[in-house]
Design a protein around this ligand. Structure first.
Ligand code: F6R
Length: 631
């Protein structure tokens, strides 16, 4: 998840172009901040400046090495996905006559890279974007030469549009691509597929952005860009065409948010925005995982496959929410790979002399990649001879660097302290790891792995459906329970870690007593807590698994008989639960192992709703830090 901005200005070239780009990048920094850069179309040709680190580093560079006035420009703030955070991997990428910024992942970049190298071009970065820039420039340079030979007055902007149309048809994956060339000074050519891109309509100037935050301080009139549409942006005009070259009339709307609300996508809080980012976080984490032979791949693999084949135990080390993603991983990996999986809180792990050997695979899960407890745990595991595989969200973080293999979650930066989208991305990555190991060790056939991946591919739409249909009712529940001081959460099988996460979210956001239990554990003690009126959330398994479902229904009856008010998270069409539920939150039908990607979402929303109803700071709860870098 990166931020992109584009601006086309009236003549003459001016410093405003750079100012508009930097303003937009500042508002998009919540989308990524490991490097930033701009490319300007000046009378002296294309000028590119880019720097690793936050936007302030780019600003300092521009002070030391100023640019000329420009008539068009593109800018980018990055959250690394391909290639680490460095100046050379920062965007824009220059290739021949053009410069490009990109948000998304190009899945077939390996074969395209070979094509670029075979054409004798040298790549200066590890990114998929630079490969796309060269493919675009190779087509454009040739097409322009031919067009100029036929008509010396040809408009290079239209040639670039044609190249963009032809080249984007060859790209697999997701992209929002912006390209500029000095051949067409007041022009940006853009395209998108499955990555966000909007147009900002100004007076004698126009804008592009990954969201309206990029330009909302200059114009509030916005226009949509559809999938596989190509935009020709000029100061006085906008032309949008589809994949066949037919004109499209873009839908326009008036942005009603001010600049600060726009950064949160119009939501009140970052947490709400990030809850709504979850379909994209899951989809992006799944992108680019299958190679040209149809096999699953990890991002950085420095473990020999023979070592992974001989693994006889997996230990997951993590803290808090990340450890609950590990709990979900246990159910999936043990089922698919028949390898025992243990979950260890990272801070407990190394102090209790755990049994770790060369045959143990340690899996570290961390959003920040900087949690000191988890870092110490992986160091301890490596000292015992274990290989470490990290599931992290932050490229180049300490855990990613110290691990032997890395699987990145592509959730983008998480601003709210309470983890939401990173959790869903972690669970998704755990499924990918399980399927990767099952493929490698021969536990599952390729077609079985493909079936699971298809099911995972359907999850973003199901999460969106759940948000659309249930969010309002859950906010109403939050208001109803605003005065309640104690809550319980019950789940069985994969519903158990979801119950733990639901209780954690409520504690950290609403400062109330909340406990999660395995539903079967209730009668062994915790049922004594149940009294008249106590709200209990129950994660109900699908009725298609009667063994699990019926037991949870019995648990609900037990607590109901003792006065509990039950709030059931149940699959659509599960009527058996109705007589025992005070409230029901419905989730779309899904295979059992993948249910946590849905069932946790209402619990996140409820915690947020209750905290808001109590007037609390949802994004920065008291006493908590986003990244815990001390033991
Ligand atoms: C809870 C939460 C924390 C983190 C934990 C690990 O909402 O965010 O429990 O999950 O501190 O942090 P990372 O994933 O950065 O290692």
């Amino acid at each position: 998840m990166c931020g992109i901005v584009g601006y086309v200005a009236p003549q003459p070239p001016s410093a405003r172009t750079q100012e508009v780009l930097l303003d937009g990048l500042g508002r998009l920094e919540y989308r990524g901040y490991d490097s930033a850069g701009i490319a300007l179309v000046t009378p002296n040709g294309l000028q590119v400046r880019k720097e690793a680190g936050k936007l302030e580093n780019l600003r300092a560079m521009l002070q030391a090495d100023p640019t000329d006035g420009a008539t068009a420009g593109i800018g980018h703030t990055r959250w690394a996905t391909h290639g680490g955070p460095s100046a050379s991997n920062a965007h824009p990428h220059r290739a021949g006559r053009i410069a490009v910024v990109h948000n998304g992942i190009i899945e077939n970049f390996r074969s395209l890279r070979a094509e670029v190298e075979n054409a004798g071009r040298t790549l200066l970065s590890d990114t998929d974007t630079e490969v796309a820039a060269h493919i675009l420039d190779m087509d454009y340079s040739k097409r322009l030469e031919d067009a100029l030979a036929a008509d010396p007055n040809v408009d290079p902007a239209r040639v670039l549009v044609e190249s963009m149309r032809v080249v984007t048809k060859r790209l697999d994956g997701a992209f929002a691509l912006l390209a500029v060339t000095a051949d067409a000074p007041s022009t940006i050519v853009a395209a998108r597929r499955s990555s966000p891109l909007v147009i900002g309509l100004g007076e004698g100037e126009n804008f592009l952005g990954s969201d309206v935050a990029a330009f909302v301080s200059f114009t509030t009139k916005a226009a949509e860009v559809g999938d596989d549409e190509i935009v020709l942006l000029r100061p006085e005009s906008i032309e949008v065409t589809n994949a066949s070259g037919e004109q499209v009339e873009p839908k326009t709307w008036e942005v009603s948010w001010d600049a600060s609300a726009a950064v949160k996508g119009g939501f009140d809080t970052f947490m709400e925005k990030e809850i709504h980012d979850q379909p994209a976080a899951v989809a992006d984490t799944l992108l680019g995982r299958v190679d040209e032979r149809g096999e699953l791949t990890l991002d950085e693999m420095r473990i020999d496959p023979s070592v992974l084949r001989s693994v006889d135990k997996i230990i997951v080390v993590a803290c808090g929410t990340a450890s609950y993603a590990g709990h979900v991983a246990k159910y999936a990996i043990e089922h698919w790979c028949r390898i025992p999986v243990e979950i260890e809180l990272a801070h407990e792990f190394r102090y209790r002399d755990p049994i770790v050997s060369e045959k143990t695979l340690t899996v570290a899960i961390s959003q920040s990649g900087e949690t000191m407890d988890t870092i110490q745990a992986i160091r301890h595991a490596r000292e015992q001879g274990s290989k470490v595989l990290a599931i992290v969200n932050t490229y180049g973080s300490t855990i990613a660097r110290e691990a032997d293999a890395v699987l990145y979650t592509h959730a983008g930066p998480e601003v709210a302290v309470a983890s939401t989208k990173a959790f869903l991305a972690q669970i998704t990555a755990c499924y990918l790891l399980g399927l990767y190991l099952a493929q490698l060790r021969g536990n599952k056939w390729a077609d079985e792995v493909a079936d699971y991946l298809d099911n995972l591919g359907a999850m973003p739409a199901r999460i969106s459906e759940l948000l659309e249909t249930q969010e309002e009712a859950i906010f109403e529940l939050g208001r109803q329970y605003a005065d309640q001081e104690s809550f319980l959460f019950l789940g069985r099988h994969v519903g158990y870690p979801v119950a733990l996460e639901g209780a954690l979210k409520l504690k950290e956001l609403a400062y109330v007593h909340a406990e999660g239990f395995a539903a079967g554990e209730l009668k062994h003690g915790p049922i004594a807590l149940v009294e008249e009126g106590l709200p209990v959330f129950v994660i109900v398994p699908t009725p298609r698994r009667p063994m699990l479902h019926d037991k949870v229904i019995s648990n609900i009856q037990e607590i109901r008989a003792r006065g509990a008010r039950t709030i059931c998270i149940a699959e659509e069409g599960d009527t058996a639960v109705e007589p025992f539920a005070d409230s029901i939150i419905r989730v779309p039908a899904t295979p059992t192992l993948m249910m946590p990607l849905l069932t946790v979402v209402p619990l996140q929303i409820f915690a947020c709703a209750l905290a808001k109803a109590k007037g609390l700071d949802v994004d920065q709860p008291r006493n908590l830090a986003k990244s815990v870098t001390v033991e």
